[in-house]
Design a protein around this ligand. Structure first.
Ligand SMILES: [Zn+2]
Length: 167
């Protein structure tokens, strides 16, 4: 396994549209292992999308199970994912490994219905809410070349410089 290099804003490649995965083979599963290791090595590490490491396929991994007191589905490999229903909305703070110096207030749906394939090509359906639904919406944006900073209502009011804590 390997930790992959993360593309960071303003790298133009983060704006690429990613393509559907057609073959669910060993090369895909090897890549997924590296992608997951890269996610877990990052600060926060609740989600990652393939284009963040320069692989422009419709692949994301989300795992919010480390957060306390929320509903979740554990570790999720999401391939060719599609949100088919959105409900409610809420503003909350987001960060991103590709935008390391900032966090921002982003509006997201509070409930979604999601269809996605796993690493074996099997289709699954999920009803999600709250933090997990937000993480999925964030990661799926990457597949369409969108970053959370593209969704801010106002950069002046909703974008925040991350504090660097020195020991
Ligand atoms: Zn991100």
């Amino acid at each position: 396994m390997a930790i992959l290099e993360i593309l960071t804003y303003p790298d133009e490649r983060l704006k690429n549209m990613s393509e559907e995965v057609a073959e669910f083979n060993d090369a895909l599963r090897t890549f997924l292992a590296d992608l997951e290791e890269t996610m877990r090595a990052g600060p926060g590490g609740v989600g990652i999308a393939a284009p963040q490491v320069g692989n422009f396929q419709r692949i994301a991994i989300v795992d919010v199970s480390a957060k306390k007191k929320i509903k979740h589905h554990g570790r999720l490999v999401l391939i060719n994912p599609e949100i088919t229903q959105w409900d409610g909305f809420e503003v909350a703070r987001e960060g991103c490994m590709s935008v390391p110096d900032y966090t921002g207030n982003v509006i997201r749906a509070t409930q979604i219905h999601l269809i996605a394939c796993d690493e074996w090509g099997e289709k699954h359906e999920y009803d999600m809410e709250g933090y997990e639904a937000r993480a999925v919406q964030h990661e799926l944006d990457h597949l369409d070349g969108m970053l959370f900073i593209d969704r801010l209502v106002s950069r002046r009011h909703d974008l925040f410089q991350r504090k660097v804590y020195k020991k």
